[in-house]
Every structure is written in C-alpha cells, then in structure tokens.
Design a protein around this ligand. Structure first.
Ligand SMILES: Cc1ncc(COP(=O)(O)O)c(C=O)c1O
Length: 1021
C-alpha cells in the first residue's frame, strides 16, 4: 500500500468509521480511490485537489443528496456523511493542505460505451431514467448552476461557429457551419424555454449498465454530475441522444426509443421535441470542435482522429433523414405529427362522403383485393419482381375496379432500394402507405378536393411510379396536407406544372398502362401525407413494418378522401397473439415453440422465410426444405401429379421405380431394396422389425443422446427422449454406449486411438444384451449424431462398431435422416465418410423437401427375411405424389449442384467460425462438415453454456437469422440451412454471430473488487 493510500485509509476510518482497502483510481487532478470496506460495501473516496472550485463540488454533492431524497429509485450514487453528519468535510492531507473529501456509493455495472448490447429496450430505460432525473431536478437550485462561459452548456454553444477555422477539411467545415446555422435558427426558441438544473452530460461513459443473460440490461448508474448547469430540459435529452446514436446500427430507432422513454415519465411538448435533432447535432459539433482545439497544434493527431471518428461517422451519414426526424420523434411520443394534424383529421372525417369521387364512381361497394404476404404469392421470388409478373399483379381479382389495402405488408417491393441493409435478410420496407385503386388504363382521375399542384413528374425507372402528381391542399383553418397519385399516364407532365390550381372534381390525370406507369398492372396509388418534410425528393410509398408509428402518423389512412370508412381499406395481418392463444388453447403444452418471441412464418423462398409483416428471415436451421423453400420444380411436380391421380403401392406406377432407381444410384450396390414410408420415425420402426426378422434377436445397441423418432419403439431407442426427466426409461432390450464426442467425451481429439476406444465400448453392451437373453438384433446410430450435439465421429469408428455387431449376429442401421442427400458436401451420405457399409439406411426429413416422406433401403437378404407371408403396407408411403416429389428432390440436388454448394458454403462458414473462435471465451468448440455444423458454447468454467446458447439463439432471431440449439444441455448452436444458401448469407450469419457473441461478454460476472467500472463509477473519467 502506498503512503498516500495508507493516509486516506486512516482518514476514512477516522472520519467515516469505515475500515477499507483503498485502491487508487485514475484521475487527472483529484485523488480518487476505490474503497472496499470490511462491511462488504464498495465506496469511492474522492479527495479534491487543493484549491478546487468548492462551489462546483458542493453543487454535485447537494444535487446527489437532493436526488437521493426526491427520487431514491433513480440510479445515482449516494453520498455518505462523515461521522459528524457532514457530506463534504474538509480534511488536511499528509502535507497539511486542506482538501474537500466526499465518500460515494460505488454503483454496479459497466460503462454503456463498453456494452455491446445497446438494445432499444435499454435505451428506452435510459430515456426514462433521464426523464425522471430531470423531473426530480426541477426543484433543485444551487448557485453553482449558473455557469457563465461554460462550453458544455448547449445554450451557450454559439462559440463553435467562431472556431470553425480549426477544422481543416472544407466539407466538414461546411457541414458544421450548416449545423451552427440550424442552431442559430432555434436559439430564440431555446431562450424562451424554462431553465432548470440538468445532469448535462449523460454520455456513454457516464451511464452504467447491468444485465444478465436471462434479464435484459438496465441502467444501474448515471454518474459524474460535474457538468451540471441550468438549461432547458430538452438539452439534457439531446446530449444523451448525441451519444446513443453513435455507431448504433439503427440510430433513428435508438433516438426514438430514448425520446419515447423520456416522454413517458416527463411529458414533452411538440415544440420541444422538434429541438432535439438540431441540438443533438450541435452537441456533436461542440464535441468535435472542442477536441480539435484541445489537440492544439496537432488536429490531425491519430488519437484525435480516432476519438472523433464516431461523431463524424454519424454527422456524415447520408442515410439518416434529418428532415423526417421531428415527425419521427413526435410520433415516438404519440404527439401530433404536425401542429395541424388533429385539425386535419377532424376536417377529413367531417367531410367524409362529401369529397369528389376519384373515379366518377362510388367506391363503397367496390371489392377489396389483397396483395399481402399472407394472401398472395406475388412475386414468386420475393427478392426479384420481374416486369412480366408486375404487369399481372392482382390479375386474380379480375379486370374490373378493385381496391388495394392501406397498411398492407407486401412482398412485391422486391427491388434493392426497398432493402435497408446489405443483406438479403436485412430489414425491408413492405407496408403499403396508400390505397390502390385498380382499374383499366386510361381511367380518368378527379381531384377529391381543390388544391394546387405541388409536384408533377415522370418517374420512369424500373417499377417506379411512372407519371406522378402531388397536390397541395388546405383546410379552411389553413392547415396544409398533401395527396399523391402514382402510376399515371405521364402525359400529365405536359399539362400540369407546380402551382397550377386544381378544382375539386376536376379531371386532372388518367391511369397509365404497364408501359407508362413503371411496369405495373394499371392502378393509382393514392396516398395522403400531413407533411412533406424529409420527403420532398422521395415520398416513400411503403414503410418499414417496424416504423409504422411514424408512417401511420405521417401518411394516415386516406379512406376519408375516397368517401370510404377507414376500416374497409385498413389491412390487418393475422394477429400473432391470437394464433399463439389458439395454440395454447388447443395444442399440448409439449408442442414446443422456438424463441422467447415466437415467429410466425407465412412465406418462404429458397433459404429465406417471411413473417406476416413481410420481414425476411435467413433460414439457417431448417434442413427439411433441402433444396429450398417453395422450390418451383417441387410445386410443379406436386401440382401436376395432383391433377392426374395420387394412389398407393398396390398399383403399378412408373414413379415408384423411377424414384427407387434414382435413390439406389446414390447407394452402394448391396443396398438394393426400398421401402417407402411417411416419416423418419416410421422408417426406423420398420428398421427394427427388419433387423429382428432377419436375426431373430431383439436387442439393440445405440449411442447415448440419440434420436430416432416419436413412436413407442423409436422412443425406446432414443436416449434423447427416454432418458429425459419424465421419460419412459431404458428398455431391457436396449444398451447404450457413450456417444463419440471428441470434445467433451471420454476420449478426445488428442487421443490417436479414440476411434477404436469408443468402438470398444460396444463390446460390453453386446455382452450385456446376450447375458439378458435379448441377443443382438442390431446397432442403430445417427451416422453423425445430431441431437446429441452435431458430432463427427472419428474416422474408423463405425467400421469397427459394425464389425463387432456383425460378429454378434446383428445388423447395422445407419440413420441418415439428418446427414444424407449431400448435406455434408464432401459426401452424399455420412457413412461414406466413415468408410462403413450399413445393412439398412434410413432417410427422412429432406427427402420430401417438406412433403412427409421416409425411405428405408436394405439388402436383398434382409428384405427376404422380412418377406414372411405378412403383407407390408403403408397407405401413404410410396404414394404416387411422394415418389414424384422424392425423385424431384434428388434430381434438383444434382441439377443445381447443391452438394457442391454445401461443400463450398460449409467451408466458408467453418473458416469464418474458426476465425472468430479464439476471440470469444464462450466458444468451446466448432465442428461439422458441409452444412451440418455445431458451435459448442461454454461457461467460463468450461461447463455447458445453456443460458448463453439460449441468449445467442434468441438474439440471432432478433437479427432475423434462424438457428437451432442441441445437445443434452442444449448448449450447442446447430446450423444446417437449406443447401441453397449463398456466400452473402453465410457472411450475414458470421456478422450477426460476431455481434451477438460480443454481447455475451457484457454479462460476464465482474471479478470482485476489481470492477471494470471503477473509473466510471467514481466519475473521474
Ligand atoms: C436422426 C433422426 N432420425 C429420425 C427422426 C424422426 O423423423 P420424423 O420426425 O420424420 O419422424 C429424426 C427427426 O428429427 C431425426 O433427427
């Protein structure tokens, strides 16, 4: 212990009566100590430098005391009075100099800046904490709050404009000048707002965050009141906003969440909300100009450049639409989106029925036609809308007039400009913000009410609007609003120009045909907007389903202007909660549902799926749609066969033998007899019957943690089921052997003889069955154990086991339900990797690509033993339809080179996983082959990371990536996508995993008395 620490240890004992171990913390001028006291509490002892500004220290101490009294629930550190009841005593230091000293509570948590999981929910909570803080501080006053010439007081930020010369880059200087102009424009308004005490520095190092894997993070501390001053409360919010947006993947959402949280506890006025955006940008301008000036001679110093980088990245991000921000933030607070919004709504409802008819016809009885994700399959490929399909969209609703819904999520907006990120499964805009009226090209449009032309344009790009007109209207009270008419005959551009008056009922345009209107079936897209701020150059006709609070407010349902009730044209997707309830009511509780927030999926295409709002998900989990969801060839073959006939194996049909021939061409010659059934379970049941018929024995040897199906006998050979709590237990005819787990099992990768050692475990199992008089009917194993944890057994394991089983008279069954048909890339079946020749091969899941189909293939000899005079019949097994589909799946794997793709993508994924493996302590093992991959997640002590796995799986779902989990402790991520997955998707998985695994680090327990948050907790950094 240094002398200094010894001195202050003693001072703490004398003044506070506390025995503590002191540890010096960083601090530029003052002495700060972390004090771990013998009473079990952690403190921060702050010894101010001699001659410090006592008023500012007192300000902080008094403010904390005020907050503790007024709002004890807020996460501020308590200040502990000394033994004589003084909060800020003066104590002579070792040199006899008087120092102000205060003792603070040390709060738990980690700096927000160092937290990876900056979830919107956390930011919302931060908004609430800040809102409640400002409420509590309303009643706080202190002379120290008046800080003349204080550069961090946003009200006084005008100094920045005079210092722009320090910024050498001209475009950056111009950007800051524009921000300063915006600030100058609002300063009059700012001065008019009431001032109050503010924290004034809720930056990312002053916010502490605490959470656990099973508990979303919350704010555990708001520290460092050193920048307190008196200013309008909105400055406090704007300052916090300036930090939560930095490097956030969705900065607008982050800011909206913060403001929503603040408003929920400290109601804001709309005019205050409008100030947030210019103030936020000004705060960042203050920050970058200040740090440039501080760097003095070296503004290009790498440290300065690095520390300013996030602010510049944000300020220069052209993707952020600042013009929309006031509306977005007002909407987040459920405040009227414009000052006139409520009057406009009232006007439109009052005049419903009195507007001129858009189409010279009453639309009340005109039918609705849905183009929603759920109700139509336009376009077949949701990532590409060919012109040929666009021109036919909605043809199922006939050639007469029909209406398309407002608020309807659709997949027809497939072009990349609707996508909001780099990946195919990135968020996309899907929700229609207008009402469509479909009618023949040439139909004339009449203005529902008078107005003037705001814009007229021919937007003739691929699948754009073609001719488009925007009209400006006003209510009698003078509130402006706008209507947009898209997909017009562009001749309108020759007749109208901005500013032209348009009388109510005037015929002003006509519907274009597909050649004129951007490529679509003829219709008008009729949209209402209450403001055009941020939309002048590009009105979005569709919105992101996760931003509907903004779009409903800004572009409300235009039904009134069509003289229609709102409900008629307002689309409501299937209510997920109602389906969930129905499921709880009518299905068994053990029919499990994946994810804390379950997904409802209504469309698919290749390796993507879509929920009821059209949000895309990357399917990296489902191996059943082997050749991809909704494969056109499978659709065609199924439809074709259903048009003809569908019958059973009691009649001849060439599809049966064609399927068998194709399948057998993939198998070793000795396997020549096929049995077609409906599922993997049924095939395994049959395998047991065959083995017993052939051997006359009953006993089965099988690896632990295996799964072979859900019927009585299949469960009896599935340790994964029978050995679970509540399971039926082990039958006397079953012997388990340890699964060949090279990572966690008895014999690991460092043991060159592990294959034979695992195989030798079969010997006692055989002996036990023989001892019990069961004999050995056979051995069954998933060739690569999947549910047990995605294991690849060591080479040589299966041949050695098979030899022992055969020597004991048994047959060898390979369950290839998970591994077969090319998934492994290098091999068509798993047993090929082992160089083993099974007597029975079982296939399921992928072979029907979702159609229920299972197949068993065996030798002539075994089939003959089974052919004992009793008919084998499975009503649906081997139906004509199943045989056609099964063969088509196998053909597609070959025709589309999917086995090679599985290899290439598997290598890409595995390489990526191996690269990140060392960066995360929670990754214990990465294993797999082709598109059969497992990532074993572990706790710091090496035990199975069940909670971590659950967290990762759920967070990957938040990133719209479906992956599964497996293993006896459910701690192994299972990645096995359809074989169509592409490089871009693999990269998305790796990108998201990187993010999510970094979040896991947020929840690592902090070592006792050596917390990372010391610096933050003491408020000295
Ligand atoms: C290896 C294995 N065998 C058999 C089955 C049972 O197949 P099904 O669900 O088609 O009955 C499964 C299902 O998950 C499986 O993974």
């Amino acid at each position: 212990m240094s002398d200094m620490s010894a001195f202050w240890t003693e001072a703490m004992r004398q003044n506070w009566g506390l025995d503590a171990r002191l540890e010096r913390l960083d601090g530029e001028y003052d002495l700060n100590f972390r004090a771990c006291a013998t009473n079990g509490q952690d403190y921060v002892l702050k010894v101010m430098r001699a001659g410090c500004e006592a008023e500012l220290v007192d300000l902080q101490v008094q403010a904390l005391a005020h907050l503790a009294a007024e709002a004890p629930g807020l996460p501020f550190p308590r200040v502990f009075p000394d033994l004589s009841g003084v909060l800020l005593p003066e104590i002579a230091d070792a040199d006899g100099q008087m120092r102000l000293v205060w003792l603070l509570e040390c709060l738990p948590g980690k700096c927000y800046a160092r937290v990876a999981s900056k979830l919107e929910d956390l930011i919302l909570k931060l908004g609430r904490v800040l809102g409640a803080t400002d409420r509590a501080l309303e009643r706080f006053s202190h002379a120290g709050l008046q800080r003349a010439g204080f550069k961090w007081d946003l009200m006084q930020a005008g100094w920045v404009a005079d210092q722009l010369g320090a910024i050498t880059d001209p475009s950056r200087r111009a950007l800051l000048a524009e921000i300063c102009d915006g600030f100058a424009a609002i300063s009059g308004q700012l001065v008019g707002l009431p001032k109050q005490a503010l924290h004034n520095d809720a930056n990312d190092y002053n916010i502490l965050v605490e959470g656990a894997l099973d508990k979303r993070p919350s704010v555990s501390g708001l520290i460092d009141l050193g920048d307190m001053c008196a200013a309008p409360r909105i400055c406090d919010l704007a300052i916090a906003g300036a930090y939560v947006v930095l490097d956030h993947p969705k900065p607008e959402h982050a800011l909206a969440a913060l403001v929503r949280g603040y408003h929920a506890v400290n109601r804001l006025r709309p005019d205050e909300v409008d100030l947030i955006w210019p103030l936020l940008r000004m705060r960042l301008a203050v920050s970058v100009v200040n740090s440039t000036l501080m760097a003095g001679e070296n503004p290009d110093d790498p440290y300065v450049t690095i520390s300013q980088a996030p602010a510049w990245r944000f300020l220069e991000n052209t993707e952020i639409n600042g013009g929309l921000m006031p509306a977005r933030l007002r909407a987040a607070c459920s405040l009227p989106v414009t000052d006139g919004a409520e009057r406009i709504h009232a006007y439109l409802s009052e005049h419903r029925g009195q507007f001129a008819q858009l189409f010279e016809q009453d639309l009340s009885d005109v039918p609705m036609g849905s183009l929603s994700v759920e109700n139509c399959t336009w376009p077949q490929n949701p990532f590409q809308m060919p012109l040929a399909e666009a021109a036919r969209v909605g043809e199922e609703y006939g050639e007469g007039v029909w209406l398309g819904y407002y608020n309807e999520p659709r997949l027809i907006y497939a072009e990349p400009e609707f996508r909001k990120g780099p990946w195919k499964a990135s968020d996309r805009r899907t929700v229609h913000l207008a009402v469509d009226v479909f009618a023949p090209a040439g139909t004339v449009l009449h203005a529902p009410m008078s107005g003037r032309v705001e814009a007229v344009e021919n937007r003739n790009a691929h699948l754009d609007y073609g001719g488009v007109v925007i009209l400006h209207h006003e209510t009698p009270e003078g509130d402006a609003f706008y209507t947009l008419y898209g997909h017009l005959d562009p001749e309108v551009c020759d007749r109208l120009k901005p500013g032209d008056p348009v009388a109510q009922g005037a015929a002003f345009a006509q519907l274009g045909d597909a050649a004129q209107n951007g490529g679509w079936a003829p219709h008008v897209h009729f949209q209402l907007a209450l403001a055009t701020g941020g939309m002048q150059t590009n009105w979005p006709g569709v919105g992101d389903p996760d931003e509907m609070e903004l779009w409903h407010a800004l572009c409300p349902n235009p039904a009134a202007l069509l003289n229609l009730p709102d409900d008629k044209v307002f689309y409501r997707p299937t209510d997920k909660q109602a389906i969930l309830q129905g499921r709880h009511d009518h299905f068994g509780g053990n029919l499990s549902l994946t994810y804390d927030d379950p997904v409802m999926l209504v469309r698919g295409w290749k390796h993507h799926m879509f929920d009821e709002w059209g949000r895309p998900y990357l399917d990296a989990y489902n191996n059943v749609p082997h050749v991809g969801h909704a494969h056109p060839r499978i659709q065609a073959v199924a439809a074709d066969q259903l048009r003809r006939m569908n019958s059973n194996t009691r009649y001849l049909h060439p599809a049966q033998t064609a399927f068998a021939d194709k399948l057998l061409s993939k198998l070793p010659d000795h396997l020549s007899v096929c049995f077609f059934v409906n599922s993997g379970t049924e095939a395994n049941e049959l395998a047991l019957r065959l083995a017993r018929a052939h051997t006359g024995a009953k006993g089965i040897v099988t690896p632990d943690h295996g799964y072979h199906g859900n019927t009585n006998a299949a469960v009896a050979i599935s340790a994964y089921k029978f050995n679970k709590p509540g399971g039926i237990g082990q039958a006397d005819w079953v012997e388990l052997v340890e699964v060949a787990d090279e990572y966690r099992g008895s014999f690991r990768r460092d043991d060159p003889d592990r294959a034979s050692k695992y195989a030798d475990l079969v010997d006692p199992a055989i002996a036990a069955l023989q001892d019990r008089g069961q004999g050995v009917a056979g051995f069954i194993a998933e060739t690569f154990p999947s549910v047990g944890g995605q294991f690849i057994p060591p080479i040589g394991y299966l041949p050695a086991v098979y030899e022992k089983i055969r020597a004991a008279g048994g047959v060898c069954i390979a369950d290839e339900v998970q591994t077969g048909l090319g998934r492994l890339g290098a091999y068509y079946f798993g047993f090929e990797h082992q160089g083993a020749l099974p007597d029975i091969v079982v296939m399921g899941k992928p072979i029907g690509n979702g159609h229920p189909l299972g197949v068993l293939v065996t030798t002539k000899e075994i089939a003959q033993s089974f052919d004992n005079g009793i008919e084998f019949f499975s009503t649906f097994g081997g139906s004509t339809l199943s045989c056609r589909i099964g063969k088509e799946v196998l053909d597609i794997v070959d025709d589309e080179g999917l086995q090679d793709n599985a290899h290439a993508m598997g290598v890409r994924l595995m390489d990526g996983l191996r690269q990140i493996e060392g960066d995360f302590a929670c990754i214990g093992d990465v294993r797999g082959m082709g598109l059969f991959l497992g990532v074993e997640l572990i706790n710091p002590d090496g035990s199975e990371g069940t909670e971590i796995c659950k967290y990762v799986k759920n967070r990957m779902r938040d990133h719209r990536i479906l992956i599964g989990s497996e293993g006896p402790k459910d701690n192994i991520l299972k990645i096995r996508p359809p074989l169509t997955i592409e490089a871009d998707d693999v990269d998305m998985i790796l990108w998201a995993l990187l993010d999510v695994l970094a979040e896991v680090g947020d929840y690592a327990p902090a070592p006792a008395c050596d917390h990372d948050h010391h610096h933050a907790g003491c408020g000295c950094c």
